[in-house]
Design a protein around this ligand. Structure first.
Ligand code: C2O
Ligand code: CU
Length: 476
């Protein structure tokens, strides 16, 4: 299949498949285990102290096409350096700001104490140019996380990186592991889409508008671990190995469908939390989401690992699963794994937890309904018609079981992310959930166990900047 017909098929067919994959239904309260007593979140340090310095500054990036791009980077790297610690370690991170404007870092997915959460205007003032800030928190629980700037559109300027908290005892066995970072790469500075139109792309502005009914930034390319599809990163494996891939999506505005040629993936973690292994041929991953999957290497060759956008026009991001004990020719540039168009797609409803979790029982103490909309008449993106920061904080109460019910009145995907907490969606814990377009719905519940002022927002950074955010504030 050539790229154009592939794109047409995904563009036409994705809505139904995505909606099925993201179906979160009504929450099935009858399947919940009994409510356990309330305990405030209070992780204790059980490991060592780990000190890291991150310097944010402008720098040059090479993607492998012989060009240099000036981006904003952590420690001169793109993506930024992976931070890897053990569960229970205490992380002390000094951030040095050598950017021309203020910045913060958010530790995406880790329920840190509120003052460490890195949200400007909510938990701290931006670190001024030339300034420093010390973040400190206990790395708990284990999982695949990310860190990124939380000021303006800085995330799409290059300030993204993976953060791994290793389990003491993984619930699955594997021989080696790789972090996979999916990114939509801008050659220039990110601009608010309302101001520029931002609808240029390989197929022209009207095509972009017609396909999406919205706005996609003019990305140069989709990358895996900072490499162009024409010069893919290779992940060496050997026959017989079980390899754990940690897929992270810190993209500015791209949801992907991911598949690997010649191999199924056993999904083992959703947003870092362990799930019972589930074999699939592909999965959707929205901005802010992470999935870990184990691949059993028993089909020697060089196989494409492909991440195709479901809302834009860019060619898919690519990497290679590369059996080092089998000499094989490279897959062709256009090789599209069958799993991207056929086979079993991960559905949230099929996941079961692999840990004892405090599933809420009974009815919620508070229910919050949210209508997500925008992208039609103005450049604003809204929750219940309000445009953050001109939006009312939502008060919640410590200890309460809070239910959030969302419906998407727009034509774009909204991966909604809650800071400071994991939430129950279907039977598992996550921190980010896709609300599919065209009246798609998603619901979740969480225990209010981490007092503070917490951000809840769409992780499409352009939607966030254009107002699709709210503060959840613990009352009293
Ligand atoms: Cu990774 Cu408020 O986000
Ligand atoms: Cu959105």
């Amino acid at each position: 299949m050539n790229r154009r017909s592939f794109l047409q098929r995904t563009a036409g067919g994705f809505s139904a498949a995505l909606a099925a994959a993201c179906q979160t239904g009504g929450g099935d309260p009858q399947s919940f285990r009994s409510r356990s007593s309330y305990a405030r979140r209070n992780p204790v340090q059980t490991g060592s102290v780990r000190q890291v310095t991150l310097t944010a500054s402008p720098g040059d990036v090479e993607l492998g096409d012989g060009r240099r791009y000036t981006k904003w980077l952590y420690n001169g790297q793109f993506p930024g350096p992976e931070i890897r610690v053990q569960q229970g370690d205490r992380l002390q991170i000094k951030v040095v700001n050598n950017l021309p404007e203020g910045t913060t870092i958010h530790w995406h997915g880790i329920p840190v104490p509120n003052p460490m959460d890195g949200v400007p205007g909510l938990t701290q003032e931006p670190i001024p140019p030339g300034g420093t800030f010390d973040y400190e928190f206990v790395a708990d629980p284990a999982g695949s996380y990310m860190y990124h700037s939380h000021v303006g559109l800085q995330l799409d300027h290059g300030l993204i990186a993976p953060l791994i908290v290793e389990e003491r005892q993984p619930h699955v066995a594997y021989d080696r592991e790789y972090s996979v970072v999916l990114d939509d790469f801008l050659s220039g500075e990110p601009q608010p889409l309302g101001a520029t139109g931002g609808m240029r792309g390989p197929m022209g502005p009207m095509r972009g508008r017609g396909m999406m009914g919205g706005r996609v930034p003019p990305y140069e390319a989709l990358l895996i671990n900072g490499r162009l599809p024409s010069d893919p990163r290779s992940f060496p494996v050997r026959s017989g190995e079980r390899v754990r891939f940690r897929f992270h999506n810190p993209s500015g505005a791209t949801t992907y469908r991911v598949a690997i040629g010649g191999h199924q993936m056993q999904v083992t973690h959703a947003d870092g939390r362990p799930v019972q292994p589930l074999a699939v041929d592909s999965f959707y991953i929205g901005m802010g989401e992470r999935y870990d999957a184990i691949v059993e290497c028993k089909n020697p060759g060089r196989w494409p690992i492909v991440a195709a956008t479901v809302e834009g026009n860019s060619p898919p991001a690519r990497a290679l699963l590369d059996y080092s004990d089998a000499a094989q020719s490279l897959p062709s540039q256009d090789a599209i794994p069958d799993g991207l168009t056929t086979g079993r797609v991960l559905e949230l409803a099929d996941l079961q937890p692999a840990e004892e979790i405090d599933l809420p029982g009974g009815s919620p103490d508070q229910t919050i309904d949210m209508v997500l909309s925008g992208g039609m008449m103005s450049s604003a993106w809204t929750i219940n018609g309000q445009v953050y920061p001109n939006a009312e904080p939502i008060e919640i109460h410590e200890g309460a079981l809070v239910r959030v019910q969302m419906v998407n009145h727009s034509m774009m995907i909204h991966p909604m992310h809650l800071h400071g907490h994991f939430f129950h969606v279907r039977n598992v814990l996550k921190d980010t959930v896709i609300v599919p377009p065209h009246m798609g719905r998603a619901n979740f519940e969480f225990r209010a166990d981490n007092p503070g002022r917490w951000f809840f927002h769409c992780h499409n950074v352009y939607h966030l900047e254009a107002g699709m955010a709210r503060e959840l504030r613990y009352a009293g």
